[in-house]
Design a protein around this ligand. Structure first.
Ligand code: ADP
Length: 513
């Protein structure tokens, strides 16, 4: 059996580079630019050529008309010849460059006047000129020397036979037909003007034909260079973007241009700033979360190892179980908070807003924490709890009040005696105040209080509630969740505190009237 192996070959480097070049923006830009320029130049050259041709023919026509106008005066109908052409004004008219060729009805040359000697009249393209002019002969020029029986018709259109042999290819002709009154043709006169029109036109054509590709070439090279310069920063941006990995997000382009590419680079740098901050937050968050989980896990571990070493009394087992239970609760709370924040970061959290009486929410939170307050020997005092309506999510608003109240109780345990919760309306805002007589917070901590995992006393993770029980202080996530909830409801949280004077946490939410 024969097996065929297909080997896919990569194109050689040169072909690859060429293909890349052909697909490059620079190349496409220059190509379009050249195409438009070529069309414009061709239109422009054609216009110049036609305009020049028209001007030259008009000028020739004017001179021919002057020569034609004298024909009726010099045509002798009896001898059917042109007379007195070499004297007086006719001599001036028929200067070196004008000729008149008189033909009989059969188109044979009868007489030639002007430019003596030089032209070879037998090579004059008589038939071409006669047939070209036959269709156009219309206008009446006049009658011969007062002889009313003779009519002159001229073509009013200069004809040039460029295919004729020199010198006739340089002559511009008009044919005048001389007829009698009955319309019977007597003679034709070919009035010719020696010009340089073909030479002038072919010169102009050669200039245009040479200049157009030259301009295209210079513009192409110049355009390519300009496009190269203009697009160079894009290459820098691409290179940097390729070099940047998740670990070296600190790199920046720092392009100082003021044009669109400068703007693009600044946007790119700003994006990197945001990404770097986000990565840093993410890293910090993971590190903090692991750290927070490690402490309760190692406590549980130590406790279990300790009781397994030797037999204990049932009271000792119970104490160990209580510690494990407490740590378990702490971890559950931490994991719940982390889950909430993860949903917040992903934008997955949807609030189910409805009109709510804020006093009910506050009472609900107070009831939940009544046990903790009792353990901590703190009295919760509720003032001004009239109905106050807001639009919000019951679950989240209860969590917001619980977090603040729990902090107030936790931190004033053993220091203060009372936590006051009040509710009132300030213009269009509903305001909750939670006032405690706890340790207070130093001014330098206030700006960071709502940051994730921020704790004023980082070393203190546990709080002595009674002689026998200790309560975990928390993970530093409560306030950041509370702030997010307030902001999601269009509200805010503020704090006033100083060491030794307790703290006042104030939540403002839009009032639902
Ligand atoms: P925790 O879970 O540690 O309570 P929070 O985010 O709720 O986390 O609070 C952050 C820190 O702010 C606390 O660790 C504490 O240092 C300080 N704090 C919060 N509320 C109070 C308060 N009522 N009195 C004193 N300090 C407070």
């Amino acid at each position: 059996m024969q097996s065929i192996m297909l080997v896919k070959t990569r194109p050689p480097r040169k072909v690859h580079l060429l293909r890349r070049h052909l697909y490059s923006l620079r190349f496409k830009l220059v190509l379009w630019y050249l195409l438009i320029l070529a069309i414009t130049l061709c239109l422009f050259s054609t216009a110049i050529y036609l305009l020049q041709q028209n001007t030259l023919y008009n000028e020739a026509d004017n001179n021919l008309q002057a020569a034609i106008r004298v024909l009726p005066d010099v045509y002798d109908a009896n001898s059917e010849h042109l007379v007195a052409m070499n004297t007086g004004i006719y001599a001036d008219m028929y200067a070196d460059n004008t000729i008149s060729v008189l033909l009989n009805q059969q188109g044979q040359i009868v007489q030639t006047v002007g430019r003596p000697g030089t032209p070879d009249f037998y090579r004059l393209p008589v038939h071409f000129l006669l047939s070209s002019n036959a269709a156009a002969s219309q206008a009446t020029n006049g009658s011969a020397g007062g002889n009313q029986n003779i009519r002159f018709f001229s073509t009013r259109e200069p004809i040039i036979d460029q295919s004729a042999s020199p010198p006739w290819n340089g002559y511009v002709f008009e044919t005048v037909t001389i007829t009698n009154r009955q319309g019977h043709t007597l003679n034709f006169v070919l009035v010719g003007l020696h010009t340089f029109i073909p030479d002038q036109l072919s010169q102009l054509l050669s200039i245009l034909v040479i200049i157009t590709p030259l301009v295209l070439l210079v513009s192409g090279v110049g355009g390519y260079w300009l496009a190269f310069r203009a697009i160079r920063p894009v290459q820098a941006i691409t290179r940097t973007a390729q070099e940047i990995g998740a670990t070296d997000l600190h790199r920046r382009l720092n392009l100082t241009r003021r044009d669109e590419l400068g703007e693009l680079a600044t946007t790119f740098d700003d994006m990197l700033d945001r990404l770097e901050r986000a990565f840093e937050r993410q890293r910090q968050f993971t590190a903090d979360a692991s750290h927070e989980l490690r402490t309760p896990l190692s406590i549980v571990n130590t406790e279990v190892e300790r009781v397994l070493q030797r037999p204990h009394t049932s009271a000792e087992y119970i104490q160990t179980m209580e510690i494990i239970h407490q740590e378990n609760q702490r971890m559950t709370r931490l994991v719940n908070s982390l889950l909430t924040l993860a949903r917040v970061d992903q934008g997955q959290t949807l609030l189910k807003c409805e009109p709510l009486d804020l006093s009910e929410i506050v009472v609900d939170a107070v009831e939940r924490l009544a046990c903790l307050a009792e353990q901590s020997k703190i009295e919760i005092y509720l003032s001004n709890l009239d109905e106050l309506f807001v639009r919000g999510d019951r679950l989240y608003l209860t969590q917001l009040c619980t977090n603040l109240l729990e902090n107030a109780i936790k931190f004033s345990a053993g220091i203060g005696k009372r936590v006051t919760v009040s509710l009132d309306r300030q213009q269009d805002q509903a305001r909750i105040q939670i006032i405690d007589g706890g340790p207070g917070i130093a001014a330098e901590h206030l700006p960071y209080l709502f940051d994730r995992f921020y704790r004023v006393d980082q070393s203190r993770t546990y709080n002595q509630l009674t002689d026998t029980t200790i309560s975990p202080i928390g993970s530093g996530l409560g306030l950041s969740i509370a702030l997010w909830i307030a902001q999601e409801h269009g509200g805010s949280i503020g704090v006033q505190s100083s060491p030794g004077k307790g703290s006042v946490f104030e939540v403002s939410l839009p009032h639902d009237s």
